[in-house]
Ligand binder design. Structure first.
Ligand SMILES: *Cc1c(COP(=O)(O)O)cnc(C)c1O
Length: 220
């Protein structure tokens, strides 16, 4: 599918539920995609991208940022504490704020550098043991603790369990966000972004539908 096709589908989904055109931000997820595919999407005018790995993003994006002004980079993968400093320097937004130790680090870095990326609290809406994110029942207290640390929070993010209807998860995330005064909702991927938009998503994270299947990373 081309970027144009995806953009058209987003506009149609917005219109379908009476939302303003352009109220949803498309994050093109470029992790492990070959350079020529990412360049083609940059050439087509896309400027908002998502990456999952700090090191990979550090290797790829500084050059592209110079070549294509206006790029906005979103971190959507799990963030290790020892990569928080690099992530704060590189990313405009982090969607995976999921634990107190990371919040504390980001708050210290914000004090020190004067820079705080937009932050989304990741919620493990399916309470899956292997998945990152705060448990739904812990979300209110976690959000309050982040704010007490001095962090400015922009939204909430979820990755619904594989093979389940995502709608209850989108609704749970939305209710947690609303209850806590968070306006951003990062939800919806290639398979379900239109559904997510109908449920209020402000940011959809779409990878394979734009770039094609991900080529597995080659190991040395
Ligand atoms: C890889 C990834 C995506 C994109 O997935 P697609 O199914 O390729 O659209 C979205 N969100 C997160 C958190 C991801 O890791």
């Amino acid at each position: 599918m081309t970027l144009d096709d995806i953009t058209r589908r987003i506009r149609a989904a917005e219109a379908g539920v009476g939302r303003a055109p352009g109220s949803v931000t498309l994050i093109a997820v470029s992790k492990v995609q070959p350079e020529d595919r990412v360049r083609a999407v940059l050439d087509a005018g896309q400027r908002v991208f998502g990456e999952n790995y700090v090191q990979e993003a550090q290797a790829k994006w500084p050059g592209w940022r110079t070549a294509y002004p206006g790029v906005e980079l979103h971190m959507i993968g799990p963030l290790q504490g020892n990569k928080a400093r690099a992530a704060t320097g590189l990313f405009d937004a982090i969607h995976t704020l999921d634990r107190a130790s990371l919040a504390t680090r980001l708050a210290r870095l914000a004090d020190e550098t004067g820079r705080q990326p937009a932050l989304f609290v990741q919620v493990n809406t399916g309470s899956e043991p292997q998945k990152a994110g705060v448990l739904p029942g812990d979300a209110d207290a976690f959000i309050a603790a982040c704010r007490a640390d001095g962090l400015r929070l922009d939204g909430a993010m979820c990755i619904p369990p594989d093979g389940e209807d995502p709608v209850p998860h989108f609704r749970l995330l939305r209710s947690i966000a609303q209850a806590n005064g968070l306006s951003g909702l990062s939800m919806g991927m290639s398979a379900d972004f239109e559904t997510a938009i109908a449920e209020g998503a402000t940011h959809v994270r779409v990878g394979s539908a734009i770039f094609g299947a991900r080529v597995p990373a080659r190991r040395a």
